[in-house]
Write a protein that binds this ligand. Structure first.
Ligand SMILES: [Zn+2]
Length: 66
């Protein structure tokens, strides 16, 4: 069974053999499905605000605090 990785940015499953492994200077390993995700992550974009990610929140991010 191949280990299915989840894209650290968009939340999509990464097909084994594809995707990019990104190791940060502090040793944290991140997996990305595409360069598009790396670029957006480097720009420190919030995936919850991008409609093409699985983490996108419809209607904007709402605070759960009450
Ligand atoms: Zn991705």
């Amino acid at each position: 069974m191949p280990i299915i990785k989840i894209c650290s940015f968009c939340g999509e499953q990464i097909t084994p053999g594809t995707g990019i492994m990104y190791v940060k200077n502090d040793g944290t390993v991140l997996y990305f499905c595409s360069h598009k995700c790396i670029r957006n992550w480097e720009m420190k974009r919030d995936p919850r605000k991008l409609a093409w990610t699985k983490l996108y929140v419809r209607g904007g991010i709402k605070s759960k605090r009450k």
